[in-house]
Ligand binder design. Structure first.
Ligand code: SF4
Ligand code: SF4
Length: 578
């Protein structure tokens, strides 16, 4: 049976058909849907782990235990996962182990656009790169087989356009794969130096075997159109190339991007007058070709930045212009990203801005606190960095600076990697104020549960991490819980805690406005008391706008959260029930 599937859903289907038993991941766009699709299969144990390192370790444990296992993440998650990944390259696997990483060229939803292929090379783990949903499924199935045959973890690399586009996939039944027997093998699984030295030899031998495999495998295929122009490409860049160049070029389509097939590439270059390497982000394949002494064209014609389009490729290879397919007849106004109407974070940022504080920010919906008009966030580096970076800032700039400094971090991000920063503050005698923006969900990636929500990935009730008890346990004595929509009280609490010469945590508690359990009613309306002072505009609520130089509330956007009622100094906004 054929079915139209999203690339991510096809990876999940491939894992299901391959008989995967355990999947552990942390959500991150563009990879999130893989694990959300996995949950639909009852045969598979699935979990959201607190971060990618834990997720990888769960999958590695399952693999050593003899089961087929997978872990999925976005590219920056691979940084977090890197520690166990480099060592599991040495131990190898028992049950097949697949690590699926989705890159985000163009940074649609990321803080950088790093190229994950470098990790494959650095960790000496083979990497496959599908170009459409059908390949997503087939490559995932093959990855489990290859993992067991070669005793290696296998990376699947996706990119936003492959993850989030749809194409037809032929579905098959799930394979009956028995859990392999577990045998104690200290030399293989205990990576102390004496054993690791021996395993490094195995890793190098394995890479040589994989190089031979890359030469013979159907993953790397030549498409001959009798052209003198050659294109070496992989993934979505290959699809774009085919779309615009058609049979005007021959192709070496690489399904395995590490290790690369040296002889196949040399042979392909020998048979063509001019060879282009077309790959988004870094010149990974291009540099390899040049290291073999081959003349190829790539980044000298195409950018290192962002996503490619078919027209860019046509221009670079044929010198021909092609109109972009998606072109609006009218210029589209730039719409800055904005927190939803009723977002619980809006009240917190309004207060932080009003107090003129330096805000060490983090990754989540609340990163939008950096946009106008709130413009409250000073830094955003990576998951968890808000807490530890503020500690560093305070140590560098001293006590007085610290009184005007706070960290803000979401509940899920705090569980991911904020907690270790808080331990550091306590241990190293910092006195920072950390605000945990607890919106009772993982907001930005689309409402995934986390250890603080009390529900598992399947929606089953579970133990809920108590943030107060947790902060107490690491040594924080001053913990305040506060509603960010009660702006007066919130302001008072922030002032008191930043003044305090001890570390403190403020739990800013109000659920995400988009949760089904949040039922705001009615709308807010501005009455004749309005002095047009525009104070309420400072909230950046998408429902509050200016019409004919008067502030108005767009009733179609207002969800009745009532934050603006608390902000207006003249009592000019009233909530009206439906
Ligand atoms: S999804 Fe929830 S937390 Fe995120 S901006 Fe919207 S209301 Fe705020
Ligand atoms: S804060 Fe109140 S008085 Fe000022 S513009 Fe808004 S509604 Fe009018």
């Amino acid at each position: 049976m054929k079915k139209l599937l999203l690339g991510n859903a096809a990876v999940a289907r491939g894992a299901y058909e391959a008989g995967v038993n355990v999947v552990a991941s942390y959500p991150g766009t563009p990879s999130t849907e893989i694990t959300e699709e996995i949950v639909k299969y009852d045969e598979i144990y699935a979990e959201w782990s607190p971060n990618e390192k834990v997720a990888a370790e769960v999958a590695i444990g399952a693999s050593i235990g003899g089961a087929r296992a997978m872990s999925c993440m976005k590219h920056v998650g691979l940084n977090v996962m890197a520690d166990p990944v480099f060592t599991v390259s040495y131990t190898g696997v028992n049950g097949g182990l697949v690590l699926c990483v989705a890159d985000d060229p163009g940074m649609h939803s990321s803080q950088n656009e790093q190229d994950s292929r470098h990790y494959a090379k650095a960790s000496k783990i083979t990497m496959l790169e599908p170009a459409d949903s059908s390949e997503c499924k087939e490559f995932t199935k093959l990855a489990f087989k290859l993992s067991e045959e070669m005793d290696t973890p296998v990376f699947i690399r996706l990119s936003t356009r492959v993850s989030h586009s749809q194409s037809m996939v032929e579905l098959s039944e799930r394979e009956n794969i028995d859990i392999k027997p577990y045998e104690k093998n200290i030399g293989k699984y205990v990576m102390m130096p004496g054993n690791a030295i021996k395993r490094h030899v195995v890793v190098e031998e394995r890479i040589n075997k994989l190089k031979e495999y890359a030469e013979k495998s159907d993953l790397n295929v030549v498409e001959d159109n009798n052209s003198k122009i050659g294109v070496i490409s992989a993934g979505i860049a290959y699809m774009y190339s085919k779309e615009v160049l058609g049979d005007k070029a021959d192709y070496l389509k690489l399904g395995m991007v590490y290790p690369l097939p040296e002889n196949k590439i040399k042979e392909f270059c020998k048979n063509h007058d001019k060879v282009f390497v077309i790959e988004e982000l870094d010149p990974f394949i291009e540099d390899y070709c040049k290291s073999l002494g081959l003349t190829v064209y790539g980044k000298d014609m195409l950018t290192l930045l962002g996503e490619y389009t078919p027209s860019m490729i046509k221009k670079a290879v044929l010198g021909e212009e092609q109109p972009e397919v998606l072109q609006a007849s009218e210029p589209i106004p730039v719409r800055p990203p904005v927190m939803c109407a009723g977002c619980p974070h809006r009240g917190a940022f309004y207060v932080l801005k009003k107090l003129g504080l330096t805000v060490s920010g983090d990754i989540g919906c609340y990163t939008l606190g950096a946009t106008v008009p709130l413009q409250s966030v000073d830094t955003t580096i990576c998951m968890g960095a808000s807490v530890s970076a503020a500690h560093g800032m305070a140590k560098a700039r001293g006590k007085e600076f610290n009184k005007k400094l706070v960290s803000v971090i979401g509940d899920s991000t705090f569980m991911h990697s904020g907690i270790t920063g808080l331990v550091d503050i306590v241990y190293n005698k910092g006195n920072n104020t950390v605000i945990i923006l607890d919106n009772s969900i993982t907001g930005m990636t689309g409402h995934q549960d986390n250890p603080t929500t009390g529900y598992t990935i399947r929606g089953e009730e579970t133990k809920q991490v108590n943030l107060i008890a947790l902060c107490k346990a690491v040594g924080i004595d001053n913990i305040r819980v506060c509603d960010p929509f009660d702006v007066k009280e919130f302001e008072k609490v922030v002032k008191e805690e930043t003044e305090r010469e001890e570390p403190s945590v403020i739990i800013s508690q109000r659920p995400c406005a988009l949760l089904k359990t949040v039922k705001y009613t009615g709308h807010c309306k501005i009455n004749d008391n309005c002095k047009n002072c525009k104070m309420c505009m400072k909230l950046g609520c998408p429902a509050i706008t200016v019409k004919d130089d008067k502030v108005v509330i767009d009733q179609s956007q207002c969800n009745g959260c009532g934050l603006c009622v608390n902000v207006c100094p003249f009592g000019a906004i009233k909530k009206e029930d439906n």
